[in-house]
Design a protein around this ligand. Structure first.
Ligand code: 5GP
Ligand code: ZN
Length: 114
């Protein structure tokens, strides 16, 4: 828990969020500014600032396999979806707590960078 961190405050329920899934290790909630009909943020509960700081292989596996499971349960696995991690400044990361974006429900198109 980092008391200055927005996502830690969501994890501790100090701030509200529209929660899609939660277990002991991971919380998934809707992005406040959805870019596609489905836009989830998959967030480890432990405060890991970015992908450079991720070393827990079990957690890394959990973060991906829960996406695979929920994509099927929510019916967008077959149509497809994008999984995106913005990492630090050049990667466009705005919230410094590791998270995976899930974009689904409409084609996302090619990767576009300004
Ligand atoms: P990043 O640019 O760090 O990869 O993505 C941060 C994401 O967090 C953005 O897509 C942004 O819309 C989302 N976000 C920022 N503040 C909040 C918030 O208070 N609640 C929720 N649910 N999402 C947020
Ligand atoms: Zn945090």
């Amino acid at each position: 828990m980092n008391s200055d961190c927005l996502f830690c405050k969501i994890i501790s329920k100090e701030l509200p969020a529209s929660i899609v899934f939660e277990n002991d290790d991971i919380i998934i909630f809707n992005d406040i500014n959805p870019r596609k009909p489905i836009h989830w943020l998959v967030v480890p509960k432990v405060h890991i600032e970015n992908l450079n700081e991720l070393s827990d292989k079990v957690l890394a596996g959990e973060l991906l396999t829960i996406i695979s499971t929920l994509a099927k349960e929510h019916g967008f696995a077959e149509q497809g979806y994008r999984v995106l991690i913005n990492n630090k400044g050049d990667g466009g990361q705005e919230v410094d707590h590791l998270h995976l974006h899930i974009l689904a429900g409409a084609p996302v198109g090619p990767i576009v960078c300004p």
